[in-house]
Design a protein around this ligand. Structure first.
Ligand code: DX5
Ligand code: ZN
Length: 226
């Protein structure tokens, strides 16, 4: 186990607030606030305006967040050419880096991206869009440390959870996938229990945490009460 994974793996269900829903003008304070409220990891959504119809941020912002905390940084790359950029995100301080399987054979080779992430000593993840079958992961699963199942079509925070994707979480659990399964999109107190019951162990939440007046209570609710 790597040292900076310890806090994240100490709990059965890990909560990863997505800074996409934070106030970027006050990002340092926002990050400090959700960590004090009990977040286990920070989820950083990188969008390139090609893979998804939105643009967010790149390695400089990841480096700034890295300088502000030792917490595990989970970088979700919604970009068409991840292999070209994964090194820069790793060097900026990302701990987990995930790439979308949909780019494979179109604009990139995801096997190369996964290998490049691992060569940097970081955790490599593959991401599945809601309409991508789990079988698309098969050629690459043994080169991954985790899988991220999208429960909305990527691009924006605040969308509604798509329950059908839970079949894919269950399928990965049934076939004994050894790494953590992360779920992202529309996760809130109403949808988290079904995601956890299906086998998701890392819950990404943007609006449910950052737009809540009581972030500690919001994180506790996602974790299953208490
Ligand atoms: C969507 C992003 C998500 C998003 C989640 O493209 O990958 O991480 O920020 O936001 P909520 O939890 O508000 O659906
Ligand atoms: Zn995300």
């Amino acid at each position: 186990m790597r040292a900076n994974d310890r806090p994240a793996t100490a709990r059965a269900v890990q909560i990863a607030p997505s800074i996409l829903s934070a106030d970027f003008a006050r990002l340092g304070a926002e990050v400090e606030d959700v960590l004090a409220a009990g977040a286990d990891l920070l989820h950083l959504d990188v969008m390139d305006g090609h893979f998804v119809p939105n643009i967010t941020f790149g390695p400089p912002l990841v480096a700034s967040v890295r300088a502000a905390t030792r917490t595990t940084l989970d970088c979700h790359l919604m970009i068409t050419e991840p292999t070209k950029y994964v090194g820069a995100f790793c060097d900026a301080g990302a701990d987990w880096v995930s790439v979308h399987v949909e780019v494979h054979g179109r604009t990139d080779d995801v096997g190369a991206a996964l290998d490049a992430i691992r060569a940097k000593g970081k955790r490599a993840g593959l991401v599945l869009n809601p309409d991508t079958p789990v079988a698309r992961l098969d050629p690459f699963l043994d080169r991954t440390d985790f899988v991220l199942v999208m429960s909305v079509f990527p691009g924006f925070g605040g969308q509604s959870f798509i329950p059908d994707v839970l079949d894919k979480v269950r399928a990965l659990v049934e076939r004994g996938y050894p790494g953590p399964i992360e779920i992202d999109g529309g996760i809130g107190p109403k949808t988290a229990p079904a995601a956890v019951a299906a086998g998701a162990r890392v819950l990404v939440a943007g609006n449910a945490v950052f737009r809540s007046p009581d972030r500690r209570a919001a994180i506790a609710a996602l974790r299953g009460g208490a």
